[in-house]
Ligand binder design. Structure first.
Ligand code: SAH
Length: 384
């Protein structure tokens, strides 16, 4: 098969050969064919470096491997490998929702697919895949694990709107009940945040479930109460769930009911978590804010925001209490984020890290793609 070929300068060739999945816009690159075109990348000596697909914006080529292949073949192969990996790492008897395709970590930069029972929810982070939507759906349906493929919009650069579109298969239930580690959750793929649930916190929610017994818990930025349900199911005395979104708080109550937990024994508040302070002593505070970094030129501001939030949490806890906190921004490294949190905590007591974690196994991160590492989750204890 013949593909258009471009010559890439040395610096870009080096990063691609290491395994980085993105080629950034660079004046040293030649003109590129239209978005969505597969192409070969060679070095100045004409030696094959990689095979990729043309995109637009700051990432102009997404690298798909070393060997040229037809896009439908490549999609089929990578989607099958992604599915095989999930069969090996997910306990399907207790979990029916997980990330099926995690972009570059699964060899498919720009493509995210989350599984909710037999619904595949696709989210594109690059326009390059628009011409290949049919092929993505064919390969997903060929797995015989999905009945429908729904494309969820909301990545401003790519689709710029809310809602989504059924791409293939049967019309699906707009409100689904999925199971995560044996607990039930309502999901609304068309209107919920991201694809419906924040699947990346599954292992961390499970950890909270294991330590929450007898605790009085607050879950700030609770969304639909994921951490709250695990805490209550794990024996927490009382759980406060706080989120700015009213529909998310309503679903949090519903999630308690679905799991046989009485919502009247707990508190649900649609409120600003940056301002909210607990009316009673807490012993475990969970704080999983949305990304507080929106501009990479302003990393310092992001660090400040995490620092201030940590202070807001620390002042509500006493000696022996626990803070579980997270960050979902790739713009701050683990160490920068931890540093910001540590300085924020320092204003109220002395603290120690107990447990630190990152992306779960269904969110694989390519080893030479540091930008793919975004999730940080730490538990700290107030020592004095
Ligand atoms: N921990 C959750 C995911 C949290 S996502 C889970 O496990 O499912 C971040 C949440 O922060 C979103 O639900 C969003 O509605 C909420 N949010 C954003 N700004 C907020 C604010 N100022 N106060 C409270 N919640 C806020």
């Amino acid at each position: 098969m013949l593909f258009p070929t471009i010559t890439v300068p040395k610096t870009i060739a080096k990063s691609i050969l290491q395994g980085h999945p993105w080629v950034y816009a660079d004046p040293k690159l030649p003109d590129l064919p239209p978005v969505g075109t597969p192409l070969r990348l060679v070095n100045s000596k004409g030696k094959n470096i990689a095979f990729g697909i043309v995109d637009e914006g700051s990432i102009v080529v997404r690298v798909l491997g070393t060997q040229p292949d037809s896009i439908p073949n490549l999609l089929r192969r990578e989607i099958q490998s992604a599915a095989l990996l999930r069969r090996r790492i997910i306990d399907h008897s207790s979990t029916t929702c997980y990330r099926m395709i995690n972009g570059p970590g699964d060899g498919l930069p720009g493509i995210v697919v989350d599984r909710y029972n037999d619904l595949a929810v696709l989210r594109l982070y690059g326009k390059c895949w628009e011409p290949w939507l049919k092929d993505i759906c064919v390969s997903l349906l060929e797995l015989h694990e999905f009945k429908s493929v729904f494309r969820r919009f909301g990545v401003r650069r790519v689709d710029g709107s809310s809602g989504g579109r059924l791409l293939a298969g049967e019309p699906f239930q707009e409100t689904l009940i999925v199971t995560e580690n044996g607990l039930k959750f309502v999901v609304r793929p068309r209107v919920g945040q991201k694809t419906g649930l924040f699947l990346d916190q599954r292992e961390h929610r499970a950890h909270i479930g294991r330590i929450a017994n007898q605790h009085t818990v607050a879950n700030l930025f609770s969304y639909t109460g994921g951490f709250s349900v695990y805490a209550a199911a794990g024996g927490a005395k009382k759980v406060f769930s706080v989120d700015i979104s009213k529909p998310a708080i309503e679903d949090a109550k519903e999630n308690f009911r679905l799991n046989g937990l009485d919502p009247d024994k707990h508190i649900f508040l649609a409120a600003d978590a940056f301002q909210w302070e607990s009316p009673e002593p807490l012993s475990l505070l969970i704080c999983d804010p949305p990304s507080l970094s929106h501009d990479h030129k302003k990393d310092l501001n992001a660090s400040k925001a995490y620092e201030e939030l940590a202070t807001h949490c620390a002042k509500q806890l006493r000696r022996g209490d626990l803070l579980a906190t997270a960050s979902c921004t790739s713009r701050l490294s683990q160490s920068k984020w931890e540093n910001a949190v540590a300085w924020g905590l320092k204003r109220h007591g002395r603290w120690a890290w107990l447990w630190r974690a990152a992306e779960p196994p269904d969110h694989p991160v390519s080893t030479f793609h540091p930008e793919g590492r975004y999730l940080k989750f730490s538990i700290a204890a107030k020592m004095r």
